[in-house]
Design a protein around this ligand. Structure first.
Ligand SMILES: [Zn+2]
Length: 79
């Protein structure tokens, strides 16, 4: 996994974005989101085969992006 200044580089958009950790309040779920392309992951492996667009992920859960509350847990999540 590539890092930049201790932050995780998004494997999907080729170094344009950094991935931060976030809690979706409505789902009580931790996800990892790219700040550039909005790819999202449910686990910290950030596998290229497993990302979903954030809005698609939320729609699958019956949620609309605009209505969802996120708690930003920051970029410093990789142990
Ligand atoms: Zn990205």
């Amino acid at each position: 996994m590539q890092t930049f200044n201790g932050k995780i580089v998004c494997p999907r958009c080729d170094g344009n974005g950094l991935v931060y950790k976030s809690r979706v309040v409505e789902l009580d779920l931790i996800i990892y989101i790219c700040d550039e392309c909005e790819a999202s992951w449910k686990n910290e492996e950030l596998s290229l085969n497993e990302f979903q667009d954030l809005s698609t992920f939320l729609e699958d859960k019956g949620l609309v992006n605009m209505d969802v509350q996120f708690i930003d847990l920051g970029y410093d999540w990789k142990k």
